[in-house]
Design a binder for this molecule. Structure first.
Ligand SMILES: [Zn+2]
Length: 383
């Protein structure tokens, strides 16, 4: 953990207080309970720097401590509407329904609520955030995509560390469309808008990777879904993440149409977060009036990819959209990252796994060209 408390003075201590020499005195305890803690100095592990941190000394967190993995996993599973359970080793397994919004919250509070699959994922993300995404804690969570095998949490949810974003970027370069929805966690770093005044947010800018730099962006045809995502807001965005390569710098991008794809919250000064929330659903009138922004692909982009069918692999079908005249993608200004309609439908098998990255990129470009709507055409649609 990145913080602890001096037992005698209650003073909060952080990474920067770990020495040598240490900038604290007396015994240390958890910043949320009475469990004794000890500092661990910064070091390198297999050539990579490992940050200083605080760890439990000789016993677990108090039962009511929000950092206690045993009680928190039990509580998250109990509130998951049957989507999660905890195995004998204390590992929480979250099963994704066929459609992420398939299972509804019980009870009506009047407020828009996240579907349990996304709400549960957001609760897990919040818990891992409290633990600074320590691998040991992350390993206590696994995800079973619909009809799929159990995968590590870190193969379902990426970020906010740059190396984690880099793993998703590499994965999507090799396999442009995944068989299961992916979640990306981050903090809104910048809010921008494209040449159509359509707002979008950036969770990370110029992330370095072996394949070059990229941004992490969330876009929507509906401005109301972007409005709550102000700078500093924590977001878990779930859906069909893809690589958009139309700007100067490529982007890891989620094009979202449904309010429940974006769970967000803000951290207070004490490091505590409120419950994850979502926007109001997009009103039907707005969906009609803003329809021009989205390519009419005949597919429902609010759905995550359906159950992978292992026996009958449906080949990727280009969308049955009125085909615009193909036009070469021209570089946009740096402010216009991700400025284009989404590339291709969500519905495809993860069939590119064996393809080399360059081949996969060619396919990605072809998909994009197929769906590319020149800007002038989009303006016409708007007029
Ligand atoms: Zn504690």
């Amino acid at each position: 953990m990145h913080r602890a408390r001096e037992k005698d003075t209650d003073r909060g201590v952080f990474r920067r207080h770990i020495g040598p020499p240490h900038d604290f005195s007396g015994d240390l305890i958890c910043w949320k309970c009475t469990a004794p803690m000890e500092p661990v100095r910064a070091r390198t592990h297999m050539g990579a720097p490992v940050q200083a941190r605080y760890r439990l000394l000789d016993r677990a967190h108090d039962e009511a401590c929000p950092l206690n993995p045993d009680t928190v996993t039990d509580r998250i599973a109990a509130g998951s509407h049957g989507l999660a359970d905890v195995d004998a080793n204390g590992v929480l397994r979250l099963t994704l329904p066929r459609r992420l919004d398939e299972v509804r919250q019980r009870g009506t509070t009047g407020k828009p609520s996240l579907p349990p699959a996304v709400g549960t994922a957001a609760m897990i993300a919040q818990f891992l955030q409290l633990h600074d995404y320590e691998p040991e804690i992350s390993s206590r969570f696994r995800v079973r995509p619909y009809d799929g095998r159990l995968i590590p949490w870190t193969d379902f949810c990426y970020g906010p560390q740059h190396d984690s974003y880099g793993r998703l970027f590499s994965r999507l370069r090799a396999t442009p469309v995944l068989t299961h929805p992916v979640a990306v966690m981050g903090t809104v770093e910048r809010v921008s808008s494209d040449s159509n005044y359509s707002p979008f947010v950036l969770l990370a800018v110029d992330v370095p990777s072996r394949a070059g730099r990229f941004h992490v962006t969330i876009r929507s045809g509906f401005a109301s879904l972007m409005e709550p995502l102000t700078v500093g807001t924590q977001v878990l965005a779930v859906g069909g993440w893809e690589i958009f390569a139309g700007g100067f710098t490529p982007s890891l991008r989620l094009w979202t149409d449904a309010h429940w794809q974006l769970a967000f919250w803000r951290e207070n000064e004490d490091g505590a977060s409120g419950p994850p929330r979502c926007s109001d659903p997009v009103p039907a009138e707005q969906q009609t009036s803003e329809r021009w922004r989205k390519p009419d692909t005949g597919t429902n982009r609010t759905a995550h990819p359906p159950a992978p069918s292992r026996q009958a692999t449906p080949p990727h079908q280009p969308p049955a959209a009125p085909e615009p005249a193909p036009a070469p993608a021209r570089p946009d200004s740096p402010q216009q990252v991700g400025d284009a309609p989404p590339a291709g439908p969500d519905v495809v098998e993860e069939r590119h796994a064996a393809a080399s990255a360059p081949e996969a990129m060619d396919e990605n470009r072809a998909l994009r060209r197929h769906n590319f709507v020149p800007r002038f055409l989009r303006r016409q649609r708007n007029s």
